[in-house]
Design a binder for this molecule. Structure first.
Ligand code: NAI
Length: 246
């Protein structure tokens, strides 16, 4: 019970890494708000979380829309009275080579992966500062550090997330709020189902541990960073990638 009575918002918590993180946090005593624009999966994830005996609610929200995000934080405070942990996990890819990338493709990824993280953090920051404590965890990526063919937009957002993480660690640390990022390698979720099999095979070969990550590998990192065991860790980017380097 490493998160006993802690309240956590997990964006993109309906599926993939976010869902696995929700289930693991619930097993560790957290109360959960699953925020996602996928209402169907979000509702069923909430049912799975409740089946573990944890309190949980689904809030339909698009993290790139300021009104949705403000409503998300208001509803969390109404339900649980506080926000201890925010996991900025929602993210998308819209891959394409630089020379073919359309501006709409660029802007949609920036809107969700970068502006979404900014809006959600800004909306909870006031609550956490008033509490005098809180933890913010951001989804970065190995591609922020090394780049990746076809991911100009995605790599830009994930590198931006690292910059924001380090900035907020400095701004919010003195208020008792820790901010860290996790940089996963390639993880077996719906997101990587779109990646051609031969590229995934290459990624496995380039990974010293010779496998893709599983959602639980990333959820374990979030659990550690959210817990009091990480109480002196702030501004860190934790690579969870099996040693992958490009
Ligand atoms: P996924 O596609 O399985 O799940 C993403 C979830 O985010 C979905 O439930 C989706 O509905 C939700 N979502 C997307 N846009 C949203 C929006 N505007 N508002 C609210 N919810 C939204 O993805 P996965 O693989 O679980 O990825 C989670 C995070 O981890 C993402 O930020 C991703 O960039 C990052 N990541 C994933 C890696 C991978 O290999 N799967 C590697 C490195 C980072």
């Amino acid at each position: 019970m490493r998160l006993a009575d802690k309240t956590a918002i997990i964006t993109g918590g309906a599926n993939g890494i976010g869902k696995e993180t929700a289930l693991l946090f619930a097993k560790n005593g957290a109360k959960l708000i699953i925020a996602d624009f996928d209402e169907h999966s979000g509702t069923s994830t909430v049912e799975e979380v409740r089946a573990l005996g944890a309190q949980a609610h689904f809030v339909k929200a698009d993290v790139s829309a300021a009104d949705d995000v403000n409503q998300l934080v208001t509803r969390t405070v109404e339900a649980f009275g506080r926000v201890d942990i925010l996991v900025n996990n929602a993210g998308i890819t819209r891959d394409g080579w630089l020379v073919k990338m359309e501006q709409a493709q660029w802007e949609r990824v920036i809107g969700i992966n970068l502006t979404g993280v900014f809006l959600c953090t800004q909306a909870v920051a006031g609550v956490m500062i008033a509490q005098g404590e809180g933890v913010i965890l951001n989804a970065a990526s190995v591609v922020a550090l090394y780049g990746n063919v076809g991911q100009t937009n995605y790599a830009a957002t994930k590198a931006g997330v690292i910059g924001m993480t380090k900035t907020w660690a400095k701004e919010l640390g003195p208020k008792g709020v820790r901010v860290n990022a996790v940089a996963p390698g390639f993880v077996a979720t719906a997101m990587t189902e779109k990646v051609p099999e031969k590229v995934l095979q290459l990624m496995k070969e380039q990974t010293p541990l010779r496998r893709l990550g599983q959602p639980r590998d990333i959820a374990n990192a979030y659990l550690f960073l959210a817990s009091d065991e990480a109480s002196f860790i702030n501004g860190a980017v934790l690579s969870v990638d099996g040693g992958l380097s490009f």
